[in-house]
Unconditional design. Structure first.
Length: 71
């Protein structure tokens, strides 16, 4: 049996549209600005060790008290 050579078929390059990514909003829609704040971490969280869940609660309490969160 004789094998036949296949002809190479040139394929046309498909042009794809370039889609620009939109800037995403921060998670939950909040933009929190800590710029020019003078509070230290000890002032916000205290000096004792705390679990991450308590840290989150204290952080949100601080944000709401200082009105740093903007939707």
């Amino acid at each position: 049996m004789i094998k036949k050579k296949r002809k190479a078929v040139k394929r046309k390059a498909v042009k794809r549209k370039v889609v620009k990514k939109k800037t995403k909003k921060p998670f939950g829609g909040y933009a929190i600005n800590f710029k020019n704040r003078k509070e230290t971490l000890e002032q916000v969280f205290g000096k004792s060790d705390i679990p991450p869940s308590q840290m989150t609660k204290k952080l949100w309490k601080f944000i709401k008290a200082k009105r740093l969160g903007h939707k």
